[in-house]
Design a protein around this ligand. Sequence first.
Ligand code: UDP
Ligand code: MG
Length: 317
Amino acid sequence: MKYISIVVPVYNEQDNVTVFYREVCKYMESTGYRFELIFVDDGSTDETVLVLQKLIQRDSRVRVILLARNFGHQLALSCGLEHAGGDAVITMDGDMQHPPAMLPLLIKKWEDGFEVVQTIRKDTQGVSWFKRFTSRMFYQIINAVSDINISEGGSDFRLLDRKAVDTFKNFKEKARFIRGIISAIGYRQTQIEFVAPQRFAGKSKFSFKKMMNFALDGITAYSRLPLRLALYFGGISGLLSLLLTIDVVYTKLFTADAVPGWATIAASVLLLGGLQLIGLGIIGEYIGRIFEEVKERPLYWVSDELKSNVDAGSKKV
Ligand code: UDP
Ligand code: MG
């Protein structure tokens, strides 16, 4: 019989995991599928691991993988996908913002023959207009400049069929933007919309700086347009300076008013200097990423995998 893996990256979620576990079990049991619930602890510094240890003592369907340190949400997710054995794998957040009540719906779509069931966050309760605005901007920019297409509000709450998981595992890039990879792997994909509730407990781990880095990773991983833009700007300003030079030479040779010309020179030097710096910055951004990739370091490393001593089958909470 087919079985399903649920992968959950957790980082300092001590007050969420138990409730999350209960809800997931409730909805998964209603589907009748066998399942495993894999928590990937992303180097939590609070009591998360202790709480998880209690869970595996009671329930052999729970697996806990401890990463050696904090690697970030995307790598923790990748680790979970790597370790999952199910015929379908569902990834979701452990803070209840990805409602476990939707699990049966995702599975239904999978039974209908879809290999990627992607959820789309229509709205998040209680987030600032600033986060909403920047998130919107991000999706518009990435769709405009890259050749992948990601729906606005695309989240990392999705179901992947075994085929899609195996394809995903072949993507080795370090700066990962999983939504982009999923969009690129193809297969039969479908979408479900949902409204994300507020976190059950705790704070969001994504600061503005982390969001910016994530956005830059996404854009540079899927687009060379910024590099090309630098070239275009260079071309245009080169053309303008040529016109300017012609004008200067003409004024000098054929007219009486040979201008001192200080302003023109200063302005054009500043303009060109600015454009060159932008170009260099963009190139630097890509070279930095090449540098990270060619080092070929492991994406993450696991410090331990906690095992349950409960017999399979005899689980009750
Ligand atoms: N998370 C993680 N590693 C990190 C940051 C977050 O594993 O470095 C987990 C976190 O525990 C949660 C999920 O990723 O289960 C989403 O994080 P969060 O809720 O902070 O993001 P938001 O919902 O605010 O975008
Ligand atoms: Mg969250």
